[in-house]
Ligand binder design. Structure first.
Ligand code: BGC
Length: 591
């Protein structure tokens, strides 16, 4: 086998028929194999120079996403919101927040995306509203026991004066899950539940009125032409009756997930109604949520085309998560077990097998994801030397900070593995540039409620949300318009080389690696293929075949010899190779 010194920077030509079939999804619904690019609107592209990205900014950059080769975009919330949790606190589900633009801007963006063959998924946040939502204001103005209060989780306090919280639950962002309200006459009143910030009161999903309103909201966006919804906290909407006290185990991530080791626990073919589930917290993954999603499934079916619901559900093990994607519920669920896996070949193999098997029991594709707006970017996470639970984030004083060179190398190899797997993959904006987590944000710039609610003990998620760089040499790296210096989180001073324009057409850049991998994935139908492990490699190697493409990744430190016989054409390497051996933290695709 001969090794080219570096991959050809040109992305391979994809025959037109192939491109069209990816677009219309022949051979299965489009979402079974789609690569879905997450846009975090406030950090993607700012058209008006206020330092916050917006919908017109997205519209102007859609061509660059089409060039990247993704199939769909998912937009984190851009609806009306006081922004106490960066838009995951919605005050009006059917309007656009002025900082992001208008509904007309949304329609234009959608139209252009569709014209480019890019589908559009919007984020829906049903577990809670903002405390600015009219429903919550009405609930506060109404008396205890009123229908308005029954839309939320109001309870009387314990103790003679009701001044003790109804139970001991701790908010995901730190501190208690309860906030007490003040009655119109100034006396202390009832308490309301908030899994997240106190500005995000939980809705009462046992109330049919709430269910009906969300059917209206789904139809509002479906009528505008969206292709689907990413469903926020899809494991949190129903709480155990009686709201019993609960203390989570120390190794549980803030969203309820643990480590990948704890999450797998399954055998191929195991029934999705596994009985040996770990104990379920009374506010996560209650059986009652499934009925809600069956209702949503029916609403989506009222519309033509293949619309999709994707669950953000931090549920373990995968056999249990598979219940979210039964044929009459959602189409996809984020595979956080995969995201949580360490840089370890054995662990990854187990998670990949477990994922494919668990989702197959319900006829759903597996999804794959390495980064999003809630976790440490994988170009840093994969080189962390200390445990870091989801949501904790990293900052200058965190233990075991990553070596950025090792991190990027592993990230490129990890992506090369992920994009070769059958199923659907999610890519988070900026990972195609190899962006690291921004660790040294000044404390005064941090905005994640986690940072405040834990009294600065946890840094939170700002480090993965810094506005992304488009061009070298301009004050916001082209995130804002010419002349603008505003950026809602400060960008590091050394991002010139990571800017998209600096990487365009540069052999071996991370951007070109993504483009090449995405084009090859489409050309060889990897998203719809079948994975077959290749035996004979050491424990630190991942080796599999998918639709005729051989993928080998060395997660260890000792170089791995490449096959002398068999596949010979190098399709892609995550690092330039100079000899016929695979160095540490490197992946290769062969034909
Ligand atoms: C979102 C977070 C958000 C939380 C509350 C999620 O899991 O992804 O960004 O803070 O829900 O809505």
């Amino acid at each position: 086998m001969t090794i080219e010194t570096s991959p050809d920077p040109e992305t391979p030509e994809v025959p037109e028929t192939e491109a069209v079939s990816t677009l219309i999804g022949t051979g299965g619904e489009w979402w079974r194999s789609a690569v879905i690019y997450q846009i975090y609107p406030r950090s993607f592209s700012d058209s008006d120079g206020d330092g916050i990205g917006d919908l017109p900014g997205i519209t102007t950059r859609l061509d660059s996403l089409a060039e990247l080769g993704i199939d769909a975009i998912w937009l984190s919330p851009f609806m009306t919101s006081p922004q106490h949790d960066a838009g995951y606190d919605v005050a009006d589900y059917c309007d656009v927040d002025p900082i992001f633009g208008t509904l007309a801007d949304f329609d234009l963006m959608l139209e252009k995306a569709h014209a480019l063959g890019i589908r559009v998924i919007v984020d829906l946040v049903p577990n809670h509203t903002s405390w600015d939502h009219a429903w919550f204001k009405e609930a506060l103005a109404a008396a205890p026991g009123s229908p308005e209060r029954d839309r939320y989780m109001f309870r009387d306090g314990k103790g003679p004066n009701g001044d003790e919280m109804p139970n001991n639950w701790e908010s995901v962002f730190g501190g208690p899950m309860w906030e007490r309200v003040t009655n119109p006459d100034g006396t202390p009143g009832q308490w309301y539940l908030h899994i997240f910030d106190k500005s995000q009161p939980d809705l009462n999903w046992e109330n049919p009125w709430v269910r009906e309103r969300f059917h209206d909201i789904l139809r509002f966006w479906l009528d505008r032409g969206v292709d689907g919804f990413r469903v926020d906290v899809a494991h949190g909407m129903i709480k155990e009756a009686g709201l019993p006290d609960y203390t989570p185990p120390a190794d549980a991530g803030s969203m309820g997930g643990g480590t990948a080791d704890a999450l797998v626990g399954l055998e191929p073919g195991i029934d999705a109604d596994a009985s040996a589930d770990p104990p379920t917290p009374p506010y996560w993954a209650q059986d009652g949520v499934h009925d809600i999603f069956r209702g949503w499934h029916s609403v989506l079916e009222e519309y033509e085309g293949e619309r999709v619901l994707c669950a953000e559900a931090w549920v373990e093990p995968l056999t249990k998560l598979a219940r979210w994607v039964r044929p009459d519920e959602m189409q996809q669920a984020f595979n956080f077990t995969y995201l949580s896996a360490g840089w370890d070949a054995a662990e990854l193999r187990t998670v990949i097998d477990g994922s494919i098997a668990a989702f197959a029991t319900v006829g759903a594709p597996s999804t794959w994801v390495l980064s999003n707006h809630d976790v440490v970017r994988h170009a840093s996470r994969l080189a962390l030397e200390a445990e870091n639970l989801q949501g904790a984030g990293i900052g200058p004083n965190s233990p075991g900070l990553p070596d950025p060179v090792v991190g990027l190398r592993r990230a490129r190899a990890a992506t090369s593995i992920m994009l070769a797997l059958p199923g659907s993959a999610y890519v988070y904006q900026g990972e195609e540039l190899g962006l690291p987590e921004v660790i040294d944000l000044p404390d005064s710039a941090r905005q994640d409620p986690t940072w405040f609610r834990t009294d600065h003990e946890k840094y939170g998620r700002d480090g993965c949300r810094v506005p992304i760089p488009w061009e070298a040499g301009s004050p916001t790296y082209g995130f804002g318009p010419a002349g603008s210096t505003a950026s809602w989180l400060p960008q590091p001073g050394d991002w010139d080389e990571l800017a998209r324009a600096s990487q365009e057409g540069v052999a071996d850049s991370t951007l070109e690696l993504y483009k090449r991998a995405l084009a090859l994935r489409s050309l060889h139908g990897l998203g719809t293929g079948t994975l077959e492990w290749i035996p004979g490699y050491g424990p630190e190697v991942i080796a599999f075949r998918n639709n005729g493409v051989t993928v080998i990744a060395n997660l260890g430190q000792t170089p791995v010899e490449l096959p002398a016989e068999g596949p010979g054409e190098v399709l892609l390497t995550s690092e330039p190779l100079n000899e016929p051996a695979l160095p540490a933290d490197t992946a290769i695709w062969l034909l």
